[in-house]
Structure formats: structure tokens, C-alpha cells
Design a protein around this ligand. Sequence first.
Ligand code: ADP
Ligand code: MG
Length: 290
Amino acid sequence: AKYEQSDLEDLGELGHGTCGQVFRMKHKQTQQIMAVKQMRRSGNREENKRIIMDLETVLKSHSCPYIVHCYGIFITESEVWICMELMATCLDKLMKRTKSSIPERIIGKITVAVLNALNYLKEEHGVIHRDVKPSNILLDTDGSVKLCDFGISGRLVDSKAVTRTGTACAGYMAPERIQPPDPSKPDYDIRADVWSLGVTLVELAAGEFPYNNCETDFEVLSSVLTSDPPTLPSDQQFSPHFTHFIAQCLTKDYKERPKYKKLLDHPFVQHYKSTEVDMATWYNGLLGTS
Ligand code: ADP
Ligand code: MG
């Protein structure tokens, strides 16, 4: 089905971030409830059309269970609208609501999901995510974990129109993105996403953003460059495999940092790939207690 702005009824805002707003909407003809992301677009209409056609195959691909399903995408006067599967929440909201950390076994399953999603995007579509962080990892009431917002930043969005909000985004950036080794070749490597995944997992395990003590974006960026990489909190018990996995992801020199194939073979990932974890019961239990 082709979607249009006039087919959709606004049911209220789900949230907003660095590059737009997300609304809960109803598709009038089918009564389908969905999440619609609206982003200020850059470039001219033809250019945008090309990028969208390019993205559509990825967005609409159904073959990976760990990426958020897209129903349609279209251009309005000044924006790009992406109609996607509505999920219950994102990990960022979940942590803010429960004000607590996430148990290792749950993080294990999240890691399996996100790594598989990132590897799938790269291998099948040549897409690099570029914005791995807790708010782009979504959860549903059935316990499923899915990645969203891939390949969008840096392609469709007018970077000058993007308003920086707080230190959150800067803090997921890999050292080589902050200070490119060869600025004449800003060639983006998936290993920057591996770093962002590492920061994200530490945040989930600690229940707080690892660069929380920094006051400004500049301090965060300096800290990423000059401090030791974040580690799991020492006051809690984590498995040696988890601790090692984090250290691998947060290797400061990207040349030494492993890529997806190696990470997918890591004992931490292998263990949680084959271990049953009742994500739905955990998630629904949180709803009852918070
Ligand atoms: P952010 O930079 O925080 O990711 P976004 O504009 O991408 O900003 O998203 C804003 C909020 O909308 C997110 O925090 C998330 O909770 C919510 N959201 C995005 N996509 C969906 C979806 N498909 N289902 C449910 N909630 C969503
Ligand atoms: Mg997002």
C-alpha cells in the first residue's frame, strides 16, 4: 500500500529526538496503528526520492526479525515520514521509567538481537547504522527486541537543522569519529557502531550513562578521547565473558576493535544465543512494579 499524509490520523507524540518527532498514528483505511517518524528533510525533492528508493528496500525488508518493520515512507512539503511498526517502548525510556539497571541475561538477549541486526544490515544491504544508542533499540510486550533508525542519519536529514540535545548523542560516538585519523577520507567503518554498542550496553548494565559526570558535549568528547573506555560497574557481579565482550567493543583503537563476525562468535553472544531468557515475563513484570 502507498501511504499519504492525509491517510493518517494523529494519536499523539511518542517522543522526539535529534532529528525529528515520532507520533502514534492510525492509518484510516486499514485501522492499522503505527509509529510515524517525521524528519526535516534536506536537499531537493529528486535527491530525496532517490535516497528513499534506496532505503526502501532495506526498510521494507522482512528477512531479519531484529529490525523494526517499515510499512511505508514518503515525502511531504518539508519532511520525510517513515511509517513503521509500533513497539511498546525503547530502552532509553525503560531505564528512565524504572530508574534501574537491566540484568545481564536480558542484556545478553539484547546483544544477540542488536548484533544480528547490525550484521544483517551490513551484509545484506551494505548499510551502516551510525546511531546505535538505547533510544534506537525498541522492545515489545511479547519480549521482542528490534533495532530502528538505521542508515537514516547522515543521508536524509539536514545536519544543519539538527538541534543538539544534551550530551547523550555525543557520548556514543567512537574516538575515530570524533578525531578521524585521516580527515580527508572520512570513510565510516562499522566498527564505530561496535563502539556505540559497547557504550550502550555499559549504560544498560549500570543504569546510567557512562559519561554522566560530564557537563557539556565538549567534556564528553574529550573524555571519550582521553579517558580509559567505560567499563561495567564494579559493585555488581557480571560474568567474565560479558566483561570481556565489553572490553572488545570498547577498544579505543578501531583497528584493533573486532567486527561483527568475530563478535557473533564471542562466548558471551554464543551463550545467550542458545540460552532461553523469558524476555516477555521480565518486561511485563517491570510494568507491574514501576
Ligand atoms: P531518538 O534520538 O531519541 O532516537 P527519535 O525521534 O528517533 O529520537 O525517537 C523518539 C522516541 O520515539 C524514541 O525515544 C522512542 O521511544 C520512540 N519511538 C521511535 N520509534 C518508535 C516505534 N517504532 N515504536 C514505538 N516508539 C518509537
Ligand atoms: Mg531514534
